[in-house]
Design a binder for this molecule. Structure first.
Ligand SMILES: CC(=O)N[C@H]1[C@@H](OP(=O)(O)OP(=O)(O)OC[C@H]2O[C@@H](n3ccc(=O)[nH]c3=O)[C@H](O)[C@@H]2O)O[C@H](CO)[C@H](O)[C@@H]1O
Ligand SMILES: [Mn+2]
Length: 287
């Protein structure tokens, strides 16, 4: 067995235009900074299974077909994958042809009238299924929005104990302009002089144990706020951001992993791997 590739160069960093490491030594994943062959070999040896959780409640089932089709092309190619599809409309889950080692698991759940509540309740549901089921079936969970399509490789380079993704609107922004929850009465409150990055609600994950802990804390914080009649400014995303200030991710995904073409395509993006789909809010939300 041989592994042939160009050796790493200590005096020639692979990227000089972006931060590749946080001050707490978590890698930030950008194209050009890692070698997939090495990583694939390491994860294949462990025979890792990855769970991809996605919610398609009410009208959002329309997104499943493109989501699953593109995931079959780009998500964790060559590895074992379980798609966990949470839905209130199991009959609307499309039958997409799957490659070997990949399964769709449909989990029927209730819906809520408000889209904000649907988005937030993902924390509670991921938490309870982690304990009941995911812990026995997968090593890692990847938790994403459904109104998205894969557009390039998303592989094992993202996996780590706990990971979050830089929000495409704020990756270059100053702390003061992050849209953290700023009301001290909320459990999601982050003071103006704290916080590292602004993370997207639509792409986080880690080991089942770490995702269990994260979703438990976020759900509990939401319930404390709810009892006081408070809902954080960006719902689950606000609670996630609060969590990451105090429980720092061990890996961070660059905006390659969650992009929105409304922002154009800046030079630093060598790949666009996971892309927001335009959606007509009036036609799709609360339907
Ligand atoms: C890309 C990204 O970072 N998106 C985040 C952003 O909004 P978005 O505007 O992207 O929120 P969204 O409408 O996509 O809702 C979040 C997710 O909840 C699910 N859903 C929602 C409504 C519904 O009727 N049915 C349904 O299934 C679905 O999986 C959807 O992708 O902010 C939200 C909270 O405000 C969440 O933190 C999202 O993760
Ligand atoms: Mn979305």
């Amino acid at each position: 067995f041989r592994m042939i590739y160009t050796k790493p160069q200590i005096l020639k960093p692979s990227r000089s235009d972006v931060l590749m490491m946080t001050p707490w030594f978590a890698p930030i994943v950008w194209e050009g900074t890692y070698n997939s062959e090495i990583l694939n070999e390491q994860f294949r040896r462990r025979n890792v299974t990855v769970g991809l959780t996605v919610f398609a409640i009410k009208k959002y089932t329309v997104f499943l077909n493109k989501f699953l089709e593109t995931a079959e092309t780009y998500f964790m190619v060559g590895h074992r994958v379980n798609y966990y599809i949470f839905t209130d409309r199991p009959e609307e889950v499309p039958k997409v042809p799957l490659k070997e080692g990949r399964n769709v698991v449909v989990l029927q759940v209730q819906n809520y009238p408000r889209w904000q509540e649907i988005s937030m309740r993902r924390m509670e549901l991921i938490n309870s299924f982690s304990q009941q089921r995911f812990i026995n079936e997968v090593s890692y969970l990847v938790c994403v929005d459904v109104d998205m399509r894969f557009n390039d490789q998303v592989g094992v380079e993202i996996l780590s104990n706990l990971f979050g993704t830089l929000h495409p609107h704020f990756y270059a922004a100053e702390r003061q302009s992050f849209t953290y929850e700023r009301r001290p009465a909320s459990q999601a409150y982050v003071p103006r002089d704290e916080g590292d990055f602004y993370y997207a609600g639509g792409f986080f994950g880690g080991t089942v144990m770490e995702v269990y802990k994260l979703t438990k804390k976020c759900h509990e914080a939401m319930m404390v706020d709810k009892a006081k009649g408070i809902e954080a400014i960006w719902q689950d995303e606000s609670y996630l951001n609060k969590y990451f200030v105090y429980y720092k991710p061990t890996k961070i995904l660059s905006p390659e992993y969650l992009w929105d073409d409304d922002l154009g395509r800046p030079e630093i993006l060598k790949k666009i791997r996971f892309l927001a789909l335009p959606k007509n809010h009036a036609a799709i939300r609360n339907k």
